[in-house]
Design a protein around this ligand. Structure first.
Ligand code: PRX
Length: 635
């Protein structure tokens, strides 16, 4: 029996059982049958979570772009690989075939080489959702350079810290980007960032909006003239299975963002296999994931997973509201999209607009709907099911993380009966565990606990760039011999999982992970601010929004609060990006602290949630009097 394509529930259980009984054999069979190896492995898996050290397919050699492009050329060279839908619906969509993609990636890879990039170098990619973004990613992989894509909504400060953390030698950017009616000066942001980055020797600039940009001689090059001179063939660098493929930064609850490192073979095998099954992908399908390639969802399920299966993957440059809230449905109809994968925050924003836009379009091509990034509420789930899928396209609520590389808990559409707000069952090869307060695994059903994974899977991140100790401390120290996800979950009577949300100080706003510490650090830089604490509170569209409690220095007292609020959000925008702006800012006389000086966020969270009936024991606080003051002055 081939395990590669699961089509019904019994088959799922059979495959799942096999994947747990003998994981090595299970993954070996999948790896053996479906990929292009330059050399086969000596050992499928070696692991030790106490170090932690995880190695898959050791000894194997491959190049991921040969798997994503070259091997499709014979069978589907003229098939569309990337279908680019521009921001402006009047601009023509672009169909890039596998043949063309091959040429474009090779040329781009040759430009990288020409500019001195070699295997192992880090290249930062700061681009909008245009084909060059996917091509740049693949070009790096072609020559073994490690890409570090930074979402093009991050500020220059956030960009600079990511470039410096992984010492990137090159930045690939564009003159600017389109987002709805706006243009954004990306090159200006890069120039600003690079004042702080001595490691960057070269900047490649894609022309997208034809704006006037300043080019620094000897450092900045327009991409097109370089491509024009580059040969169309570029031999793929042969990589070891465990060579780093990319770094992608994700927020932690404290400190700087963590550069999660993903390696080559395991990531390829897992993203390809999950893509095939979670989206029930078939050859003639047109698959669309609305994420940005700046996030893991875009890496795994716009670029690598779909292309490894020879799929047609849609890349959309714009926003759901431009030129109006019918845009997503217009694209579905126009390109006859079969799988549509988006985030709960987008679903809620679209649901709020009612059905007038949606009803104008033919959505009958849709076979599978996906959601990812945060818990989906029941109302949004039903709206999606009723109106977009017309109850005929199953919803896959896919739970996973930047760190996991691929989808971990999910229904298999047309096999797993769905249940609103439940991510349902672990994907084959994934062994979840719920852990109670005493650190013990809870075996029975109908319980909740902290979600851990107790056995390695091929696409797990291997380390944090430059800080293996932090990797160990964050993920492998809470519970012995288990990967701790940072999420809470409950398991129902049939073993379905429902993710209840973060149990640490990470807050998910519109599907974006935001750590509280960097935002607080930014606020505290305001000269009038003494101290601050951020918590999340429920928001109709964003899922969570940010609530900031800010204590002013003496010098700040008497200043106009509205002006201060604007200035604080301006600092956050500059330091992190507009996604981290606070919805509410309350000025307080103090923050509730424990006797050891720790801010009691639990209390602040309850107040922001307007749930003050039971604040728990506050007698241990150093300054219990501030609690009343805060409660009486909420915004
Ligand atoms: O809390 C979980 C939430 O998003 C976190 C991971 O965020 P990030 O690394 O940015 O990756 C997002 C895209 C994979 C998780 O720890 N999360 C993700 N998917 C779901 C979810 N929460 C509930 N349901 C989901 N389907």
């Amino acid at each position: 029996m081939s395990n590669y394509h699961i089509k019904h529930l019994e088959e799922y259980y059979q495959v799942y059982r096999k994947s747990v009984a003998n994981p090595e054999l299970f993954w070996e069979e999948i790896a053996e049958e479906h990929f292009m190896w330059r050399r086969k492995w000596d050992k499928i898996l070696s692991w030790d979570f106490s170090k932690p050290s995880i190695k898959w397919f050791e000894g194997a050699q491959l190049n991921i772009t040969e798997n994503c492009i070259d091997r499709h050329l014979l069978a589907r060279g003229n098939k569309t690989a990337i279908l680019f839908e521009p921001n402006d619906p009047k601009e023509k969509a672009q169909h890039i075939t596998y043949n063309e993609l091959h040429k474009k990636v090779c040329k781009f890879a040759n430009v990288l080489k020409n500019k001195g990039i070699v295997k192992g170098d880090r290249v930062c990619i700061y681009l909008p959702m245009i084909p060059e973004l996917a091509i740049a990613v693949l070009a790096c992989a072609r020559i073994g350079a490690i890409h570090s894509v930074v979402f093009a909504g991050f500020s220059s400060t956030a960009l600079a810290s990511r470039i410096n953390d992984s010492e990137c030698k090159m930045v690939i950017t564009s003159d600017g980007s389109y987002r709805g009616t706006k243009t954004i000066d990306l090159k200006g942001i890069v120039d600003e960032a690079l004042k702080e980055c001595s490691c960057v020797k070269t900047v490649l600039v894609v022309k997208r909006i034809n704006s006037n940009i300043i080019m620094e001689e000897g450092r900045d090059y327009l991409l097109q003239p370089e491509l024009d001179q580059a040969p169309t063939i570029c031999k793929a660098e042969i990589m070891n299975a465990e060579d780093a493929l990319f770094i992608l930064y994700t927020s932690g609850s404290t400190g700087q963002p963590k550069g999660m490192v993903h390696t080559t073979a395991g990531y390829l095998v897992y993203t390809a296999y999950t893509f095939k099954n979670v989206f029930q992908y078939r050859e003639e399908d047109v698959y669309w994931c609305t994420a940005d390639i700046g996030w893991i969802t875009g890496h795994s399920y716009i670029v690598y997973g779909p292309l490894a299966n020879g799929a047609t993957t849609v890349m959309f440059e714009g926003v759901p509201s431009y030129p109006n809230f019918g845009r997503f449905w217009d694209i579905v109809e126009k390109h006859k999209v079969t799988q549509f994968y988006t985030a709960p925050t987008a679903i809620r924003a679209l649901a709020k607009e009612g059905l007038t836009h949606l009803e104008k379009y033919d959505l009958s091509s849709l076979k599978v709907l996906g959601t990812v990034g945060e818990p989906i509420n029941e109302e949004a789930w039903h709206w999606y099911d009723d109106n977009v899928g017309k109850k005929k396209a199953p919803i896959v609520d896919t739970w996973w993380q930047t760190e996991t590389g691929g989808i971990m808990i999910t229904p298999i559409p047309y096999a797993t009966p769905t249940k609103p707000t439940y991510a349902t069952l672990p994907f084959p090869g994934v062994q979840p565990a719920l852990i109670n307060e005493n650190g013990e695994e809870i075996k029975e059903n109908q319980v909740d606990g902290r979600l851990c994974i107790k056995f390695p899977w091929p696409s797990m991140a291997r380390t944090i760039w430059g800080n293996h100790q932090r990797y160990k401390d964050t993920y492998f120290s809470a519970f012995e011999n288990k990967y701790f996800t940072g999420d809470g979950a409950l398991r129902d009577e049939v073993g379905y999982y429902r993710i209840t949300g973060r149990v640490d100080d990470v807050i998910i706003v519109s599907g974006h992970n935001l750590g509280t510490a960097p935002i607080e650090d930014a606020i505290n830089e305001h000269p009038a601010v003494a101290e601050s604490a951020i918590v999340g509170f429920p928001h109709d569209i964003k899922g969570n929004a940010l609530y900031g409690y800010v204590t002013l220095k003496e010098a700040g007292e008497g200043r106009n609060h509205d002006n201060l609020r604007k200035e604080i959000n301006q600092i956050i925008t500059e330091q992190i990006g507009p996604i981290a702006k606070l919805d509410k800012i309350q000025f307080t006389s103090g923050l509730p602290k424990t006797r050891s000086g720790k801010i009691m966020r639990r209390i602040l969270r309850k107040i922001a949630h307007k749930d003050t009936s039971n604040l728990g024991d506050i007698s241990t606080l150093l300054n219990p009097e501030v609690v009343n003051d805060i409660m009486n002055n909420t915004v």
